[in-house]
Design a binder for this molecule. Sequence first.
Ligand SMILES: [Zn+2]
Length: 298
Amino acid sequence: MAVWQVGTATIERIEEFSSPGFPPAVQFPDYTPGIFERHPELAGMDRIDPQTGNTFASIHSWLLRFGGETILIDTATGNGKVRTDPKFTRFHMIETDFLGRLAAAGVKPEDVSYVINTHMHVDHSGWNTMLVDGDWVPTFPNARYVFGEAEYRNWQAGGVTALAQPEGLPVIADSIEPVVSAGRVTWVSDGDVLIPGLSFHAMPGHTSGQLAVRLCSNDQTAWFSGDVLHRAMQVFEPRLNCFLCEDNELAPLTRTGFLETCAHDRALIFPAHFDRPHAGRIGRRSDGGYRFEPVEPA
Ligand SMILES: [Zn+2]
């Protein structure tokens, strides 16, 4: 199994699926193909499928073992979930062996101590629950589910995120509410510490309540960045917003601030959808911009 090490922590990627996602000009309304000429090193990082013209998207969870805990960060799409919005065809009623791949990493559902959702989108919350005898129940029976309080509030009736993205409400219904009803949630906000070395930080823009997770161990830093970034091209041109970003003015400010922090700290970042090798560091370019430096697992 491919493993990244950060201080005393180990991190593995549990893939749900990897496939061509959206055409880049659809996913990023301000995209122009010239980006590959402006930043030639980008070509190997954001592969474009020759058949469809779409960029490859990885849908995965990050398995973090740290401080004696087994932690799953973001839970992909889930099996058998009805996702009828046209944007969500890749996620509709899929069946994958995600739990088998988790088992191959040595983790049974009952072994997971914390499940974290950076935000409550279709591809980040799905495996929170599974269908048992017609009911959606928590997949990880012994886990505390760690949810952003503001993120959840914004999805409630009249909340800013619910109003902006009503197509996401079925996700709340089948992947969030059953966990809340079961009393399994630990609510967190900006600055909260889950266990020593693991903390939550507001990254508003993609959703208003998104939280990134920072890991610090033995003077090394890593970030699980949710959807602050979808593709490496956004490191090179942070103004590029995804068409699913909720606040198009705030998202690039958050993205740029995050890139500056990561470049300064030489942090290893674990985004939610980057193409292989799926993780890396943020470097500086001579023109003042940022570059992505992919880091292979050991
Ligand atoms: Zn996502």
